[in-house]
Write a protein that binds this ligand. Sequence first.
Ligand SMILES: Cc1cc2nc3c(=O)[nH]c(=O)nc-3n(C[C@H](O)[C@H](O)[C@H](O)COP(=O)(O)O)c2cc1C
Length: 202
Amino acid sequence: MEKVKLAVIFYSMGGTNYQLAKWAKEGAEEAGADVKIFKVQELAPESVVASNEVWKRTTEATKDIPVVTSADIEWADAIIFSVPTRFGNMPSQMKQFLDTQGGLWASGKTVNKVVSAMSSAQNPHGGQEATILSLYTSMMHWGAIIAAPGYTDPVTFAAGGNPYGTSVTVDEKGNMVEDVQAAVKHQAKRTITVAGWVKKGM
Ligand SMILES: Cc1cc2nc3c(=O)[nH]c(=O)nc-3n(C[C@H](O)[C@H](O)[C@H](O)COP(=O)(O)O)c2cc1C
């Protein structure tokens, strides 16, 4: 069977979700997938980004990563999203991308994509699960198949125990509090495995 095609799509201002996305890419590649990594279009004015050292650094570090398009969603068998928590929700940059996929949705091309999501927040109870759920709500409308990690591997417990999708707390210096690398890789492998089953079945 042809390799499972995975799109890892992130938004990141401080670099955390970029790192989660890179670990997901690594994990999926180890599992034999064909992986592409994408960012979503920044919506903040350039002057605002330029006034924030951390934001500027992340923008520079991700400058060669392509901005995701509908064609990339069409290409993918599976999608992993990674987004920071914004007031308990996904950032508007990701929402804007999802909201511009009406044409793809209307032509039935979002159906049966196998998806999962990751997140980060400043507080352990600051909305990590809610952010992932906000993405999954849209995915149900897409007719996508959600492959949440659940507790399918003990690494989830070590990473803080979020069965919705891997999430991490970020301290005031921007460092990750929990060690989530293994959980991210497990989630990526599980997403690829489920996508392989779906692809084979179709
Ligand atoms: C506008 C805004 C809203 C935020 N809302 C929350 C929140 O509701 N809960 C929380 O714990 N952290 C919140 N944060 C902190 C971010 O979630 C945190 O900086 C982010 O997860 C870091 O990810 P990144 O490094 O990929 O940008 C917020 C940050 C901003 C800028």
